[in-house]
Design a protein around this ligand. Structure first.
Ligand code: NAD
Length: 528
């Protein structure tokens, strides 16, 4: 890796020294943090200021000052900015992919997944937002006499805390609906991947977004989280369940809304009638994309017992053929390294613990220091038992366990036997059969004959977790309306909703009791 193209890429994406210096919101001495690429652990991408609590407060104040004018900007103009942003993401794809690759380490093909998701999310909301935010006519209290409308006002300032694993799409894709809805945003990206987030926000500015409407503060979550939460009107958090619990508690203390997109221990079910070649290929993608560092990634596979041996054999063979590497080309590598040495240690500890307790290794199982400091082989285990850490804990790495199940009922029960509930995947040659199984699963997204991408990329439909996988939803109507205060405006004509003077209160109560029994059966009285 050479320095010149790196600098050129950052400059092409609008990240100059002056831009980085502008991240410092208040005066005074500031530490700068060097960002090194996980590809080799040494290549310096650049340095960013370590923001302070004062920087965060100042950023939220700038955003708050800019928000009212932004909310008055016509909705079609806000949508047009999102649409231009989509085009800029596609126009700058090569530079963005290089940056994601440097900063996160994921292979180019995996980086493209999130680039495409960013473009598609922006495109979706640029078209769908006017419908989601349109004033809705609702059934009034008294037919004919009450006309009621539901309207949406932006919350104000939305705080966004994002992780390192999808540094491009998670940093901006949740901000886009918030911005279109008329909010200002303040983003705190993960400390290890700030440049990708900054590049994405620069493209939003290039698309026409006023700078103060979207502020970025780089630095550690422990120092910046509290001042962010204390100064915003809504919090969008994506990260681990442990951190999610802490920030949700702070948001609830302030009685502000929050959306929590957290971890998972996602199951994949191979039913007896699954098409084996197709299922094996899909399961490899589902378990190992972004080296398993994906919230919706599969970590448990339940296979109908009559197909278990066949699946294990074919899956292990296919996993052994996965190419690890650090190359920038589309075909140089299927998978890149893990994000850090500390994460590598956690993943290796899960595997070592399982092997020490007599799990069986079908593929992988080892770190690959010959390729780089944080490479770990895609790993397949069987014989995993409850006493092993990875049986229930999220590994968040390229490690999957396979279990044999005697029936669909057992597969469903074991898939649901988790505190998490983010994603699940079902494979069968009969969609009808798969739908029946899917109906019994508790996860927030369920993919049939796909691992995770079909539901995630269905941007018109909600995505999020149940249980300790989170609160709230992104995508679809939920993904934009959550950034608004829905309000009911009701106009009453001719009659107050109180006993009239011309009859007794008792008569009034009799008439209203009758109305209460029949009113909601009249067509058009309830808007659905
Ligand atoms: P993390 O919780 O350690 O960090 C996430 C973000 O929170 C980072 O920006 C970090 O700086 C910040 N943070 C840390 N401590 C904080 C605090 N006390 N207050 C406020 N902010 C704080 O998570 P991670 O390790 O970066 O990400 C991996 C986790 O994220 C996995 O569990 C994964 O499943 C989850 N994830 C979930 C989704 C989803 O959509 N459900 C998507 C991506 C990742």
């Amino acid at each position: 890796m050479t320095t010149a193209p790196r600098r050129a890429t950052l400059e092409m994406l609008g990240i100059s020294g002056a831009r980085l210096a502008s991240l410092v919101q208040v005066g005074g001495l500031r530490e700068w943090r060097e960002i090194h690429s996980p590809l080799d652990g040494t290549t310096l991408i650049g340095s960013v200021p370590v923001g302070t609590a004062d920087d965060m407060v100042a950023a939220t104040q700038r955003a708050r000052a800019a928000q009212p004018a932004w909310a008055k900007t016509p909705l079609r103009q806000r949508c047009a900015i999102a649409s231009r942003f989509r085009d800029l993401v596609i126009d700058n794809a090569d530079a963005l992919l290089d940056l994601v690759h440097w900063e996160n380490g994921k292979s180019r093909v995996n980086a493209y997944e999130e680039l495409l998701d960013t473009a598609l999310t922006a495109g979706y909301y640029s078209v769908a937002a006017p419908c989601h935010l349109a004033t809705k006519v609702r059934a009034g209290a008294i037919p004919v006499l009450t006309s009621t409308r539901e309207t949406y006002r932006p919350k104000g300032v939305v705080g966004i805390i994002s992780p390192w694993n999808y540094p491009l799409t998670v940093a901006v894709s949740d901000a886009i609906p918030a911005l279109i809805a008329g909010n200002a945003c303040v983003l705190k990206p993960d400390s290890t991947t700030p440049f990708t987030a900054l590049a994405a926000v620069e493209l939003l500015y290039q698309a026409g977004l006023p700078r103060d409407v979207f502020q970025v503060v780089t630095g550690p979550g422990e120092a910046l989280g509290t001042p962010l939460i204390n100064n915003v009107d809504y919090l969008m958090f994506t990260g681990s369940t442990a951190t999610g619990r802490k920030v949700a508690a702070q948001a609830s203390e302030r009685l502000i809304g929050c959306s929590m997109e957290l971890g998972g221990k996602n199951p994949l079910l191979v039913l007896a009638d699954a098409n084996m070649e197709y299922t094996v290929e899909g399961a490899v993608q589902a378990c190992f994309s972004t080296t398993g560092q994906l919230c919706v990634s599969i970590e448990r596979i339940y296979v109908a017992e009559q197909r278990y041996a066949e699946f294990c054999d074919k899956f292990a063979q296919r996993v052994k053929a996965i190419k690890l590497g650090a190359g920038f080309g589309w075909d140089d590598a299927d998978l890149g390294p893990l994000i850090s040495t500390s994460h590598l240690a956690k993943v290796a500890a899960h595997v070592d613990d399982a092997l020490a307790k007599a799990a069986t290794l079908l593929a992988g199982g080892h770190a690959r220091p010959d390729l780089g400091p944080t490479f770990f082989e895609p790993t397949v285990l069987t014989g995993v038992t409850e006493d092993m850490a990875l049986a229930r804990e999220e590994t968040f790495g390229p490690v999957v366990s396979i279990y044999s199940v005697a029936s669909d009922a057992e597969a469903i029960a074991r898939a649901n036997d988790t505190e998490y509930g983010l994603n699940a995947s079902v494979w069968s040659s009969s969609v009808c059969h798969a739908r029946k199984v899917a109906a019994e699963l508790t996860a927030g997204t369920i993919n049939i004959n796909e691992g995770y991408a079909a539901a995630w990329a269905s941007h018109d439909s909600p995505m999020g977790g149940t249980g300790i996988s989170g609160l709230g939803r992104r995508h679809g109507s939920d993904g934009i309306v959550k950034y608004c205060e829905p309000r009911s405006v009701a106009v009453q004509r001719g009659l107050l909703i109180a006993p009239p003077k011309w009859t007794s209160r008792e008569n009034y109560a009799r008439v209203m009791n009758l109305a209460a029994r029949v009113m909601h059966r009249i067509p058009g009285i309830v808007s659905v």
